[in-house]
Design a protein around this ligand. Structure first.
Ligand code: HEC
Length: 95
């Protein structure tokens, strides 16, 4: 890299900082916040469904037997379940 290349790089960097411009393939802080808020709202909803006995019909919650999601192995589905004798989706195992 010669001096001219370094100067061009520096100028474009300074220009980006001054104008606040980003290219279309970059995430802005606003994008990140939107994504995190959406993600955390799904986490909150999931936690409620997993722990709130008022949302079910029999007063039993998943967390009674699976504290903090223990022994649910969601990443292993779909998989063969011996007791059903077939490949099973996770929702079928939950039911
Ligand atoms: C009364 C206790 C109890 C409750 C309440 C309960 N589970 Fe389970 N769960 C078990 C047991 C025991 C197993 C293992 C069953 C088996 O392997 O045949 C299991 C297995 C599972 C599995 C399969 C795990 C694997 O190894 O692949 C999932 C997923 C799961 N439960 C999710 C849930 C969810 C979601 C809820 C709430 C809707 C829930 N469970 C409520 C006792 C419970």
């Amino acid at each position: 890299m010669n001096k001219q290349h370094v100067l061009i790089l520096l100028c474009s960097g300074v220009f980006s900082v001054i104008t606040g411009s980003t290219s279309t393939d970059e995430f802005t802080k606003q994008d990140l916040k939107l994504w995190q808020d959406e993600y955390m709202s799904a986490v909150k909803k999931g936690r409620e469904v997993f722990t709130d006995p008022k949302l079910g019909t029999n007063g039993v919650v998943c967390a009674q037997c699976h504290p903090n999601g223990s022994n649910t192995h969601p990443e292993t589905y779909p998989k063969f379940q011996k007791q059903f004798g077939q490949i099973t989706q996770m929702w079928e195992m939950v039911n």
